[in-house]
Design a protein around this ligand. Structure first.
Ligand code: F0G
Length: 466
């Protein structure tokens, strides 16, 4: 039986460390820092090996073992079984992909795996975290849940509300900043959709104010329970590799929830003696939304066990405001100026000997086309991971003989506008959607062949092109 004492919330700041019970609904400590969910592992039944989890596969008729998140619940034991909310999330694929591996530049000794999170019920990795945050919301009796979103968090929240009928969804989006695939999900699932005249960061700061004012449960990744669910992406990667640790995890960075969760997962697994080494972490920003890259790689901001000098972060943000510089990228999912999980992400980078890179719109779209051409598909933000891996191989940081896992965070159909514009024969459309962003070529385009409605012409076109 889980009691509140074996799991609790704790301030991330080493100088504070204040704790809160599980029943408290907070997204920050009173000192303003982020909160972690922590466990008193000495008083919890911890599995002896990761292979322990294999037994649950044979019981996948039980919803909690069917879930790719909750079958690992002994590694984030904050919820009693009867309160857990699952809609079948986490049935995702770890695919060894030789074509993408060639594109990235690995040699025959290397391996590229794609962790395809687009297979989740709402089409993105967000469902991993949402099932955990939603569970906590349910434990605390919440009736409404809110988020700000670049689209995927909102689609996920809307779906959990719609399937379970436990809460009403209120979502905040920036105007004109969300792809139609994602917006259509929120609308179809019946969420109250508030479109703010502004971008994601504006929506984020408003939703914090509004949820406080109206007592609405906030499910953005400032919510520490979200990240507990997102740890399971790494458990499934290890499961897919028969519990072997890869050399690299490569993930796109937006609000930095995933990277923070991955770092926490590995720190805990090592602490529990369930793995003997931690993989390296590469976080990939879009060049048009590169706050983390600037801070980590250019300004040398480091966590240093919570003692690092983070004053540069404030200066950086002040400068951003002064020059009115705003994130701008075709990878709209990661078009974020001020990542809310920055500090937790710095901790993850430290634990995982991490690196951060930025990739151009051209690199993102070419990588996306290659992911599609090799059998999966993803939205632009997800392809940043593959583009970043390619860059790191070219720089000699990822070895050509290493085993790497790129996280494909969202489904191909989330953003068809970018895909069609890349493959189009219509130069005006190409220029409008991509050329305006500095994309010069569509090297891997598969162009549709236009023909008259004439049998002879159709046959000639097929023979000419096949
Ligand atoms: N990839 C996709 C497809 C996303 O939707 C997001 C974030 C990220 C990557 C970045 O992940 O925030 O954990 O670093 N989307 C959020 C949203 C912001 O509102 O849907 P992160």
């Amino acid at each position: 039986m889980i009691t509140t004492e074996t799991a609790f919330q704790r301030c991330l700041a080493a100088t504070c460390g204040k704790t809160y019970g599980l029943n408290e609904v907070r997204t920050a400590c009173t000192c303003g820092s982020l909160l972690d969910v922590v466990y008193d592992w000495d008083r919890l039944p911890v599995p002896k090996t990761l292979a322990h989890f294999e037994q649950y596969w044979s019981r996948r008729y039980e919803p909690l073992n069917y879930s790719g998140v909750w079958r690992f619940r002994e590694l984030f034991p904050f919820a009693p079984d009867d309160k857990i909310v699952t809609i079948g999330e986490g049935q995702t694929l770890l695919q060894l992909n030789a074509g993408v591996s060639d594109y990235i530049g690995l040699d025959a000794g290397g391996q590229t795996y794609l962790q395809y999170e687009g297979m989740n019920p709402s089409g993105s990795f967000k469902d991993n975290g949402m099932s955990a945050a939603f569970t906590h919301a349910h434990m605390t009796g919440a009736e409404r849940a809110a988020c700000a979103s670049t689209g995927n968090t909102s689609a996920s929240l809307a779906l959990y509300c719609c399937v379970t009928k436990l809460m009403k969804a209120v979502i905040f989006i920036g105007s004109g900043k969300i792809s139609y695939g994602k917006l259509s999900q929120a609308l179809d699932y019946g969420a109250l959709t508030v479109q703010i005249a502004g971008d994601f960061d504006d929506a984020m700061s408003r939703v914090k104010e509004v949820s406080k004012e109206l007592g609405i449960y906030l499910v953005n990744s400032v919510n520490p329970f979200r990240l507990e669910g997102q740890k399971s992406i790494m458990y499934r990667v290890l499961e897919g590799l028969r519990w072997q640790v890869p050399d690299w995890i490569v993930v796109p960075g937006g609000n930095l929830g995933n990277s923070s969760a991955f770092g926490k997962a590995f720190i805990e697994l090592k602490q529990l003696g369930l793995i003997n080494r931690i993989p390296r972490l590469a976080i990939i920003n879009a060049a048009g939304a590169n706050t983390l890259y600037e801070l980590y790689e250019k300004h040398g901001v480091r966590w240093q066990q919570g003692k690092g000098d983070l004053s540069q972060v404030c200066h950086f943000y002040d400068e951003m405001d002064r020059t009115n510089s705003r994130a701008d990228t075709i990878a709209s999912a990661i078009e974020i100026n001020r990542p809310v999980n920055l500090n937790k992400c710095l901790r993850a980078l430290e634990a995982c000997d991490g690196v951060v890179r930025q990739v151009s719109e051209q690199e993102i779209l070419d990588a996306k086309a290659q992911v599609g051409a090799n059998g999966l598909g993803c939205e632009p933000a997800s392809a940043a991971s593959v583009a970043g891996a390619k860059q790191l191989v070219a720089q000699g940081i990822i070895g050509r003989d290493e085993r790497i896992v790129c996280i494909l965070t969202g489904h191909q159909l989330k953003d068809p506008t970018a895909t069609v514009a890349y493959h189009t024969t219509d130069q005006d459309q190409f220029k409008k959607v991509l050329g305006s962003r500095g994309v010069k070529r569509a090297t891997y385009a598969n162009r549709a062949v236009a023909v008259n409605n004439d049998l002879g012409e159709i046959i000639r076109a097929i023979e000419l092109n096949s």
